[in-house]
Design a protein around this ligand. Structure first.
Ligand SMILES: Cc1ncc(COP(=O)(O)O)c(C=O)c1O
Length: 319
């Protein structure tokens, strides 16, 4: 791992043992753009692309484990829903996008890692009008990921609530996985400057929505809870998987509006996300959750999730 210190990294996070990385060295990746593969140095889009100029586009973050792409169909489904919501016509079919994702893994000899699928509105004028952009750019990057240090999964994470409010669904609907992630980035900056890695975002009504890149779950008196999608939570694919795994443990998941008080009085809490997987949470806004250690149900969900990633997903190798 590249352990060069990133400039401006908050010293409070460094004291907590976080190791920021500088700009990663070139890894010899082959990047897919519109049906062709380019070296990292040559993988480029126009500076007039509205994905860059306006954050106009959609994306997915996907994981590969043990030679399979986990929940690939679900990710491509969500990409299509996001694209439809912003009236971006994807230039490829669902099946072709799935195949291009698998082919990108093959070209990069990726069996375990992280895949970023991006579709931009394409090159346009400097004006806002998306109708002036005719060629959406389909970009697929298949690389490595290490989101959080392993000790964090053992000890559990401490998180805080931040002031940045989750987008209202009449603005950029949080269900759209758009290239405009500034709402989440602002919340992340608040968390970082407070000395934390992840933040809880409340919606405009003050109910818990989700974290900057993860959904949130809590266990109380043998019942699992997670905020409803209408709260401003992303339709998380790991969220859906966690609900299924929790059900297999005999625990139903309810989706009521939740306040910070509910979280503070939880017996257990965890976050879910494709990148982070299942992350135990042991402190929220300085309130200890349960006994301050990852709880037994959380540990079971972590284990079941890892088991599932071993046996499920679209095979990367051609049969
Ligand atoms: C804002 C936000 N919430 C939740 C999630 C978790 O969603 P998923 O489990 O589909 O990765 C993500 C990650 O994509 C996210 O960006």
């Amino acid at each position: 791992m590249d352990t060069r210190r990133a400039r401006g990294f908050p010293s409070v996070l460094a004291k907590r043992g976080w190791v920021p990385v500088g700009f990663p060295p070139l890894l010899g990746m082959k990047v897919y753009i519109n049906g062709k593969f380019y070296s990292e140095q040559n993988a480029k889009v126009s500076v007039f692309d509205h994905g860059l100029l306006y954050g106009d586009g959609v994306f997915e973050g996907i994981r590969a484990y043990y030679g399979r792409v986990f929940k690939l169909k679900e990710h491509i489904d969500r990409l299509f829903h996001s694209a439809k919501a912003i009236m971006l016509k994807l230039p490829m079919t669902h099946a072709k996008l799935m195949e291009a994702t698998l082919e990108t893994c093959r070209r990069n000899k990726l069996t375990d890692g992280y895949i970023r699928l991006v579709v931009t509105r394409g090159r346009g004028t400097l004006g806002l009008n998306p109708n002036r952009c005719s060629n959406p750019q389909v970009i697929i990057i298949a690389g490595k990921i290490q989101l959080y240090p392993p000790s964090l999964y053992r000890k559990g994470m401490e998180i805080v609530t931040v002031a940045t409010t989750r987008n209202h669904h009449n603005a950029v609907n949080p269900a759209i996985k758009s290239l405009n992630y500034l709402n989440n980035i602002l919340a992340k900056i608040e968390a970082n400057t407070a000395g934390y890695e992840e933040a809880i975002m409340l919606n405009a009504e003050g109910y818990v929505a989700e974290c900057t890149g993860d959904n949130i779950f809590m266990l109380k008196d043998g019942q699992m809870f997670t905020p409803p999608l209408s709260s401003g939570a992303l339709h998380g694919i790991t969220r859906g998987t966690a609900i299924d795994l929790v059900a297999e443990l005999g625990l139903p998941t309810s989706e009521p509006n939740m306040t910070r008080y509910d979280l503070y009085s939880a017996d257990e809490c965890f976050l879910t996300g494709t990148g982070a997987e299942i992350v135990p949470v042991v402190k929220i806004d300085q309130r200890v959750i349960g006994n301050g250690k990852p709880g037994p149900v959380t540990k079971k969900v972590v284990k079941a999730y890892h088991e599932l990633t071993k046996v499920s997903g679209e095979r990367i190798a051609k049969r």
